[in-house]
Design a protein around this ligand. Structure first.
Ligand code: DAH
Length: 349
């Protein structure tokens, strides 16, 4: 009996060793260890043995079973590992292959200028406020000292929607809105940035463009003066358009300021020597500004005896054109990637 067990053990171990795949191994497992397996058969035949032989044979069978189970599971693990390696090998990804490059967009030059302006004025203590693009005649003109029939209206060819509503021609409307909304009549220090509309379209004018507007109002005793306006605009121009630019204040007329000034800066093309761009003057006009007109203060709820301040406004598109040397304003709105690509990371250079 003992020899028979030993024989089965040796034979099965050999067969297991020679097995080449999981399937054969599984068959061998059934053949030797299964319910109808050879070793199980011996256990079943134990009833014919003497009581002395039984424990010896039982022990032997169990030991053999254990040994077989162990080598089968080792072999199984080996096959599984091999299979996994084969799979990994087959599914290998070649990371050295060139990838499809993701095209990266860039911030639009106008938004660059807008973000820089907002950062600058916030750093000087201003609030950034908004106003509607569809505006009333009252806020766009009347409350800014431009009554119906005023000749200044002719300078701003407007898109009227009804007799009362129009697309705002200037962000100055937000001056009036801010003053009226400020029911406590606190001092004001704001800028507003946004779209404006006029019926014009050529290389330096677009029917839709963008403006920035600034308004500072404080108590009379604070003495907000022309010197403050000048200092503020100097910082504005040098930070936003170019550090080496000089400013020139030229008396002008706006209905909502008195006195009023137009601000010129050194021509960025010729550096002030005189060229075709600046019409040989060496200067380029960039801003409108002035001391807030007493009528405007009064009409919007501020007592001109107690309050005073300054205002300024300009087209952002023009600022962007000066800053980046863009020759046609319409490029800013054409959405041509050949144009836009040129501003990719321009400021980081
Ligand atoms: N709103 C004027 C325009 O569109 C620009 C302007 C001039 C704004 C003088 C101002 C200012 O606030 O004080 O032409």
């Amino acid at each position: 009996m003992k020899e028979k067990i030993e024989q089965i053990k040796q034979k099965s171990m050999e067969e297991i060793k020679e097995s080449m795949d999981l399937k054969t191994l599984e068959d061998l497992k059934i053949k030797y260890l299964g319910k109808k397996g050879e070793l199980t058969a011996i256990l079943r035949g134990m009833k014919d043995l003497t009581s002395e032989e039984r424990p010896v044979v039982g022990n032997l069978v169990n030991q053999s079973k254990e040994t077989l189970e162990k080598i089968i599971s080792e072999k199984e693990a080996e096959f599984k590992r091999k299979e996994l390696n084969k799979k990994l090998e087959a599914e290998k990804i070649d990371i050295t292959l060139p990838s499809n490059k993701i095209k990266r967009g860039s911030i639009h030059p106008l938004n660059r200028v807008i973000e820089d302006m907002e950062d600058l004025f916030v750093s000087m203590g201003y609030d950034v406020v908004e106003g509607p693009e569809l505006e009333t005649d009252e806020y766009c003109f009347e409350r800014l000292n431009i009554p119906k029939g005023h000749p200044a209206r002719d300078m701003q060819d407007s898109f009227y929607i009804t007799d009362e509503y129009l697309l705002r021609t200037q962000t100055s409307s937000v001056q009036a809105r801010t003053m009226v909304a400020n029911t406590e009549k606190e001092p004001i220090r704001i800028i507003t940035v946004g779209k404006t509309y006029r019926r014009e379209d050529d290389a330096t004018h677009s029917h839709q463009f963008n403006q920035i507007e600034g308004l500072v109002i404080d108590k009379k005793e604070t003495n907000v003066s022309l010197a403050d306006l000048k200092g503020t605009l100097e910082i504005f121009v040098r930070k936003i358009i170019g550090a080496n630019l000089d400013l020139r204040f030229r008396p002008s007329y706006f209905p909502f300021t008195e006195p009023s000034y137009e601000v010129d800066v050194t021509c960025f093309k010729c550096g002030g020597k005189g060229c075709n761009l600046c019409k040989q003057t060496g200067w380029i006009e960039v801003l409108g500004s002035g001391i807030v007109h007493p009528n405007v203060l009064k009409m919007n709820g501020y007592d001109p005896e107690k309050f005073g301040g300054f205002a300024f406004g300009t087209g952002i598109d023009r600022l962007a054109m000066f800053r980046y040397g863009i020759t046609d304003m319409r490029y800013l709105y054409a959405n041509d990637v050949r144009f836009l690509n040129q501003f990719d990371r321009k400021d980081e250079e």
